[in-house]
Design a protein around this ligand. Structure first.
Ligand SMILES: *[C@@H]1O[C@H](CO)[C@@H](O)[C@H](O)[C@H]1NC(C)=O
Length: 341
C-alpha cells in the first residue's frame, strides 16, 4: 500500500494478542469443496486507473492472461473517494454470492497526502455484490472501523462454512480515544478483523495481529488443502518485505513464523496467493514491487527459501495489489462472455 519509506511511529498501546477464548472458530476457507477449476481470474487495479480490472488466464495457465473488457475497468466506485485500490474477490462456499471489496482511496485526488490518508482516511470498504460474477450491484461504502481508526487498507475475506459467515481482515492504525481529530501519534499499523454474513452489517472491529515493534499491513491467507491449515502473508512495513506464518489450528490457532522473508528483495508488498489448479501442492504468490506484481511459486510455502521466481515470460505487466480466484467452467465462461478481451 505504501509508496513511501515508513516513518518510525511510536506505539501508544501495548501489543494485543488474540485472547484464547477466540481460538474456537476454524474457518475452513474458500477452497475446501471439491470443485474442478479451469482457470484463474485476477481482480486488480492500476495506479492511473483506480478501478477494478479483470485478467483471465488463457486456459488453466497461471502465467498467461488476457486483459478482459478490452482493458477497461469492469467496476468503478461512485462512493467515498471514488477510487479503489487493493482489490479482493470473496465468495461463499457454494459460489452463489460474490463480493468485490476494495480500499476506498484515490491517491490521484487533488490535495492527496499519505499523512491525511492515514489520519482521517476512509473507515469503510467499497463493496460490490453479485450472484453470478457478471451482474454487479452499484458500489456501496460500508464502514467497518471504529471512530478511533485512521484508515482501512487492503481488505480480504475468508468464508467460514461452519458459521456461514465471512471473516474480513484489513490494516489500520488507531488513535487515542481523547484524540478525536487524530492529530496525535497513532499506534503502529496492525491487522484488524470483523465478521459479516452479507457485507452490509459487521461485528465490531477488533485486533487480529498487532505487534509492539513492527507496523504490519497487507495480510492475505492461503488455505493449504486440509481443514484448519493455512498460511498467512504479512508485510513488515519497517523493511518493506513479506513474511509467512502457518497454522494447523484455523485462523485463530497458533501461528508459526517462518524465519526471514519469502523473498530477499525489498520493496515487496500486497501478497496475493493461490493454489495451482493443475499441480497439487503447488502454490503461487504475487508480490508487488511498488510498480507491478512479480510472480513466485513454492511447493513448500512454509519453508524458508522455497519461493522461487516463476518463469512466466508472458505474465501481464502493471498488475497491482489484487487477488486471484480459481474459476469453475461456468464462471470462466460467464466472465469471458460478459467482458470480452
Ligand atoms: C520487521 O523489521 C524490523 C527491522 O529489521 C525488525 O526489527 C522486526 O523484528 C521485523 N518484524 C517482523 C515481525 O518481522
Amino acid at each position: 500500500m505504501h509508496f513511501l519509506t515508513s516513518i518510525i511511529r511510536i506505539s501508544l498501546l501495548a501489543a494485543i494478542t488474540i485472547p484464547s477464548t477466540l481460538a474456537a472458530p476454524t474457518p475452513s476457507s474458500l477452497q475446501t469443496r471439491a470443485e474442478t477449476y479451469v482457470g484463474y481470474l485476477v481482480s486488480t487495479f492500476s495506479d492511473v486507473t483506480p478501478a477494478v480490472q479483470f485478467h483471465l488466464s488463457k486456459g488453466n495457465d497461471a502465467g498467461s492472461y488476457t486483459f478482459l473488457n478490452k482493458g477497461q475497468p469492469v467496476l468503478k466506485s461512485t462512493v467515498g473517494t471514488k477510487g479503489v485500490r487493493d482489490i479482493f474477490l470473496a465468495h461463499d462456499g457454494a459460489r452463489t454470492k460474490y463480493y468485490m471489496i476494495a480500499t476506498d482511496l484515490d491517491i490521484n485526488a487533488a490535495g492527496f497526502s499519505w499523512d491525511a490518508a492515514t489520519r482521517t482516511g476512509s473507515r469503510g470498504i467499497v463493496v460490490w455484490s453479485s450472484t453470478d460474477l457478471v451482474s454487479w450491484s452499484a458500489s456501496t461504502l460500508r464502514t467497518v472501523e471504529n471512530a478511533n481508526a485512521g484508515m482501512v487498507w487492503a481488505p480480504s475475506a475468508v468464508w467460514d462454512d461452519a458459521t456461514s459467515q465471512f471473516y474480513v481482515f484489513w490494516s489500520s492504525r488507531l488513535y487515542a480515544s481523547s484524540d478525536s481529530k487524530h492529530t496525535g501519534t497513532a499506534t503502529l499499523d496492525r491487522i484488524r478483523y470483523t465478521t459479516t454474513k452479507d457485507f452490509v452489517t459487521f461485528a465490531t472491529a477488533k485486533d487480529y495481529v498487532a505487534l509492539a515493534d513492527t507496523p504490519l499491513i497487507d495480510q492475505e491467507f492461503q488455505y493449504l488443502g486440509k481443514t484448519g491449515n493455512f498460511a498467512r502473508f504479512l508485510k513488515n512495513e519497517t523493511v518493506n518485505q513479506v513474511y509467512v506464518e502457518t497454522t494447523t489450528g484455523g485462523l485463530f490457532g497458533k501461528w508459526t513464523r517462518t524465519p526471514g522473508y519469502v523473498r530477499p528483495e525489498s520493496p515487496r508488498e500486497g501478497p496475493a496467493s493461490f493454489a495451482d489448479n493443475v499441480t497439487p501442492g503447488l502454490y503461487h504468490l504475487l508480490l508487488d514491487d511498488y510498480t507491478q506484481y512479480v510472480p513466485y511459486q513454492s511447493t513448500d510455502p512454509a519453508k524458508s527459501g522455497t519461493w522461487a521466481a516463476s518463469s512466466y515470460p508472458n505474465f501481464p505487466q502493471g498488475l497491482k495489489h489484487g487477488s486471484v480466484t480459481p474459476l469453475t467452467q461456468k464462471e470462466y465462461n460467464a466472465v469471458a462472455a460478459r467482458y470480452p478481451a
